[in-house]
Design a protein around this ligand. Structure first.
Ligand SMILES: [Zn+2]
Length: 134
């Protein structure tokens, strides 16, 4: 509700044109999601990451180190959240009104300070359909 309230205010009142979903490599939340032990309330959020992990298990299996798996899951989670933002009624309604709103999926590496664009940019329902398979 917190995030959706901010999103609604930004899109409908401020008429912002760009929404950036930004993750980071080496994320403790992603690491925790990969462990099979309870973490309390945060498990409600981690469950969604576990779902992504399950859906993409074939791809993740081919990565050799735990670090590579965690970092790829960090990227996949960003892409998934770009889809989630694009599927909110707030963004869907904005696009229906022909309001310009673009959602970008980026990831940050604390190790080198660089931002990477994950090429999961969506500006329309058609764009969203294209990244659904990512
Ligand atoms: Zn994190």
């Amino acid at each position: 509700m917190n995030c959706l309230s901010v999103l609604q205010y930004a899109v409908e009142i401020l008429k912002i044109k760009h929404i950036i979903v930004c993750g980071h490599y080496g994320c403790g939340g992603i690491k925790a999601a990969l462990e099979n032990q309870p973490h309390g309330l945060i498990d409600n959020w981690l469950r969604h990451i576990r779902d992504i992990h399950q859906r993409r298990s074939n791809e993740l299996l081919h990565l050799s180190t735990a670090e590579e798996k965690i970092n790829r899951l960090c990227e996949l989670n960003v892409i998934e959240q770009v889809k989630n933002v694009g599927n909110t009624t707030i963004v869907q309604e904005a696009w229906r009104r022909c309001q310009t709103v673009t959602i970008h999926g980026w990831i940050y590496a604390i190790s080198d300070g660089l931002l990477k664009d994950l090429d999961a940019c969506v500006s329309s329902v058609a764009d969203l359909a294209k990244i659904e398979s990512l």
